[in-house]
Write a new protein. Structure first.
Lengths: 241, 241, 241, 241, 241, 241
């Protein structure tokens, strides 16, 4: 089984960290590869960044299809391009926000999300609504650290933010609201005192489970392959599967 | 007042028809311009098409900002790039799906949507949910005509589809689920026997109303200008305001 | 185009202020008239007041129908008699609460309502639910000033209330919860630092837009003309269209 | 204990039938009186009728307060003036729609409503939503008989409508959607083969239960007595408690 | 009419208090009996306790059926075994949480629940959702007193908890979240200054009302008698009706 | 890693089939054991059966805790005793309904459930609501075959039922509504032409994923160990962890 983890931003160091997280949970016999798109923003911190990350993400899906990938993880907490990716890919595609949020529902009554910049909280709420977990999502909080500044030095601030979020929301678990926090998940679990969920790991395991069950997107209607047509300009050379 | 209507696909003939619809309702003193992006799909009939239309849409918003546009209409029923466009534009941005659906709520208890291809119905439901009109939306139906095939010859089939949708859903109004139907709205109103709503007109008037009241997106938090950062590859040369 | 703005209470000075607000946004060529009913409460500050305002409102609608009005605004934030008015009027009828709340949804993720007396907050929540904007409505706050005491002297207290509401709810816009605040909207916009929405203006423009698009209530079923029958006592002499 | 059942329309024969239904379930020691308002429509079959019934209803509440009534039933399925009545009355006020719908939730998973004219179905749905029973309400159906034409001769058609509604909705119980059906409830129970709920009986018992528990509306905030003020014209002479 | 009130825990003193509460509201001619199951936990303070109380509850229902009981009250705020009991009993079965919460909806806009241990709050929210009263339930608060420690000495702490809950939630009524509070309801009503609802009384009256109207569970589908089959081990000797 | 799959009914042959399904997807290194409780109903086809299965399920959880099990699957589509089991078990507990329904959300817009007896459909809807997937659940259908009659001979009828459900609901996937269908899942996948989800497999993989991520129920509040207390009668000898 081959799983491809797509980092929707163009920062290779973050791809490496995401890859590490995915590998740490994959079963023996599951190959995990990680990709940095050739186009897109260095980090995703606005609706604009997210929108502009999608062509790069889809390009990686298209390449994966050519190379026989069995399933995909979209490793940004906005789950950018999820619906379009499902149309392109024969195998399952799972976003880290959906996997993390749904995983959290198994651990207690509610969860709280701790994300990076305050402006991204709205997107988390939109996804909670889309995934049917609004009732489980007790709050979305921002630590106010830019995505690319997340590193071991920020552990104390993140710990504090997770604790405050749990207390404010009386929540049972913390969902990390950024793939850039994947490297810190193990440490946070120790310092926070409640389940801490990294979406990269959750989504990797979800894809692995779906492939194990031979389950994938129903391509019969809404998620059929996109109808062929002319694409102009900017998208020249885009490799469609 | 200057309103820019952005056609998210790259088919100029459709831009012309959309422009005509917008002009038909704008007040004296309101200038309406219409734009075809330099990149994107020829028509939007899948999540994939919609995703790939967004960079072109945002480019048009960015150009509009440089030229002093007061407000924008996104003239595709998927409202592609709406959140990102609101970050970029100083003035208001209105999608035709949101304007059409909200307009319909003033006309009775429920509306029904008649769109092009069956695979796009899911997106309409997603938007209804996002805009808070799920309770008002009694159904979403597809006439099964590709976007670029909509023309006066399809009027009988569209009429039939609208009537069937109204009867099946016991709805009070029809929302046209594609900007490509704008030219047919007046005729459909006559043949269908119930209010028929074209989102291009509704959104143009909504932008005009917002500008008249000097109301625009709150740019203080979620919809602040995107933080500056590096954009790689595909997006090189993209003109940001 | 003729729009009639009905002030559901019997205080003529308030009708004048409401008229001024409506005129300030109407397009050239749109005639706006305002009416004070001949029966009803001096102000509307309870469910009881609102209930007793409805016959006077409907009487004004009935008169408007006799005189060829194209559309109506109900200028009280409780939208009293909206459904009944839609049955009576050939043209569209828009309440200021529904227009203000829906307008606010174009400006950001959430809005907050600032109203007069605390006891009226429940009605605002009921209307938010009815109009499908509960998710957008982050709070309803009362400045605790009776309707007829609203005047330029109350601007500082209203400003303070709007700022507190925005901060408490982390909202993107303020919806003014009383037609009696229409005169203060421009000043509040300057002092509050976020979009401030006056329902009288929003509803006037909404009616104007609907009439421009030749859209009106579907009178085929629920909103058909009321069936003729005997009305006894109190309602003797009531002028039905 | 004294319970006053207010018939919101002005047809005395219907008041008599409603009175009979209420008396048939009241406990020993519970006095039940029934009133026909001195003003209002002969029957309630539109939003307009309902709006115009409210002043008469409130007048009866006001009179009841002067005479020491302990609790009130509003005996029209639109529950007209319920909020206002709760402000006026010291004791509890219960509408027949809310009592019938909530009673039905004890009897199975879902209920279906059978009402008179098709145009009144929307109001039933609005009330279901308001009372939190939308999930329990599987459908609202109209037998298409005007309110004042309901009599023993319509039993076969009503039976048929109830059976069809139960089958179409796979519902567990029928809620009768008009006080004018109260007299037929016992017969319908026999012919329909599923629980049939008459709101007049349900509401009378609910008021009796509330008074027995010494429970009434909280008059501390939203449902405080209406603030005193001038009422003009039409309402002159209206007797307020 | 015979009503059987089942105390789901095995503490006879609590059964006595519950019986007293039920008797205090029953009409003349209504016989009320109360039962302590022969198996189960001494009190119910966890999902585990609640699960283990159900066989004892069902045994009491089965015994009641053999002896001709007309309706049942389940006198624990978790409404344990409600669905199963409705399958077994010919007459209506009402839980005290559902009766209390629905009763509260007649008294104002919202209610607040005051319960015993913090860990039981989740169950109260689940039931509010099930019964369709989530919108009416403004909060669930715990006084942090174990069920069997509730006695007149705890009145001051309960009073304080009720007042704090009303203030925190701006609620109109208090729902007592434990049958063990039934004895204190009258005193709390005096000290709290807002309607206080005891579910034992509310449910007893609700059963009485249903029996008066000859209404009971529809046994035609979901709530038909359980299909006969082998039950092993633990349940040997369990008396089925 | 040791996973224990608990069959809530007492039919050993069904436990064997469930075990086989779980083993077919578990990773190398994951030990899967399956247990038949010593008490309970032979099959679960009513609320009553489900209620009476819970003590046996909890007994198996308690035994598992004594023997060092890492996580549990509850292998009945009613997820009986899930909350209580989460209190008892140190490791995660997953029901097959929740796992199957959530798995289905990754495969398209909607799923449909095909279950055994019509009377169990209500429970499926309750669980869909609880798990936040009501919007994704397009329908629940019954094949009208008792649980213990499911065998390879019923494949044609099940295939037909799945196809009809998919067509009626325009759904993207089928969720099998009974653990007794686990053995038929592979064949149904071939005959039905859309993704078919067996909850036993889905839940086994979900538990495996949670254990891999070292995630388990938060035992700090609602799901803390049940407080120790006396249990009477029926439950004597029940082995608590």
């Amino acid at each position: 089984m081959r799983i491809k983890v797509v980092n929707p931003n163009t920062t290779a160091a973050m791809t490496t960290a995401i890859h590490r997280a995915a590998l740490s949970v994959a079963a023996k016999g599951t190959e995990v590869e990680a990709a940095t798109p050739s186009m897109g923003p260095a980090s995703i911190e606005s609706h604009y960044d997210e929108a502009l990350s999608v062509p790069g993400v889809l390009d990686e899906i298209a390449k994966g299809e050519l190379s026989g990938v069995d399933g995909y993880v979209l490793a940004c907490f906005g789950d950018p391009g999820l619906d379009a990716a499902r149309e392109l890919a024969a195998g399952p595609v799972v976003g880290i926000a959906e996997a993390a949020m749904r995983t959290a529902t198994y651990l207690g009554r509610t969860f709280t999300v701790v994300t990076t910049l305050p402006r991204t909280r709205g997107r988390a709420w939109d996804l909670a609504e889309r995934y049917g977990v609004t009732r489980f999502c007790a709050g979305v909080h921002a630590v106010d650290i830019p995505v690319l500044d997340l590193d071991p030095d920020t552990l104390p601030r993140l710990t504090e933010a997770c604790r405050e979020a749990l207390a404010a929301d009386k929540a049972d678990a913390v969902v990390l609201g950024c793939a850039g926090m994947a490297d810190l998940c193990a440490d946070l679990t120790k310092t926070v005192g409640a389940p801490v969920i990294d979406g990269v790991r959750a989504a990797t395991l979800q894809v692995q489970s779906l492939v194990t069950m031979a389950l994938t997107t129903n391509h019969g209607d809404e998620y059929a392959k996109p109808p062929p047509k002319a694409y102009t300009g900017l998208l020249h050379g885009f490799s469609r599967a």
